[in-house]
Design a protein around this ligand. Structure first.
Ligand code: ADP
Ligand code: MG
Length: 194
């Protein structure tokens, strides 16, 4: 089944696996860091902590990965919008918890292995929350888009790693505002009743 196609790649779901086929100009070059060592670190980190799907096969124009079971942060947020502000705040806190647990494990892995593995395209679409079908367990942040994972290209972890904290900030401020509005309305109602 074709999932997505753009000028860079075609993503298909075949026999329970995700296959990303890269087009000319976007192939995975060895000199860009796409090496066996790169793949081994991704699979090692994935095996230990469950935050990455396994790379089953890769070469210049193809990346075959196992399927991540769960829902993306985008889907999780969309569902959350339908619930009360209080529930949205709880969901947001949970999302942050999954994210920082992942970051904590990634930093631990990098320290222990004296390497610098980072994901350069962390966003709400590329971060999943696993469900019970994920063999590493439910409620873990699992990253997809593994061609955005870099090994030892950037040696100093930064901006963290590499999901702009401003994105969380914006969501947090929006929820804070909604909660304040709700509290003000409740206060107004109580005053009106007096
Ligand atoms: N390993 C995977 N498990 C589950 N879904 C995946 C996986 N890899 C890709 N997908 C699906 O394919 C879509 C595009 O894949 P992605 O690698 O993020 O491509 P792009 O570089 O275009 O963002 C994702 O949003 C997701 O729906
Ligand atoms: Mg993506």
């Amino acid at each position: 089944m074709l999932i997505k196609e753009d000028y860079r790649a075609r993503i298909e779901f075949i026999d329970g696996k995700f296959i990303k086929t890269f087009k000319e100009g976007s192939v995975l070059q060895e000199h860009d860091g796409f090496t066996e060592e790169w793949k081994d670190h991704i699979n090692n980190f994935g095996r230990l902590y469950g935050h990455f799907p396994e790379i089953i096969e890769f070469h210049k124009n193809k990346l075959v990965m196992e399927q991540v079971h769960g829902q993306s942060f985008t889907e999780f947020r969309k569902q959350s919008y339908k619930s009360s502000v209080d529930e949205q705040i709880e969901n947001f806190k949970q999302m942050q918890f999954y994210y920082y647990k992942f970051i904590c494990n990634l930093l631990e892995y990098n320290l222990k292995n004296k390497c610098s593995l980072i994901h350069k395209d962390l966003n709400y679409n590329n971060m999943y929350i696993s469900n019970e079908n994920w063999h590493h367990g439910a409620n873990k942040l699992v990253c997809i888009d593994l061609d955005a994972v870099k090994l030892n290209r950037w040696r100093v972890p930064h901006s963290f790693i590499n999901f702009p904290t401003q994105v969380f900030q914006k969501d947090a401020e929006s929820l804070e505002l909604q909660k304040q509005i709700q509290l003000m309305k409740e206060l107004q109602n109580r005053l009106d009743k007096k």
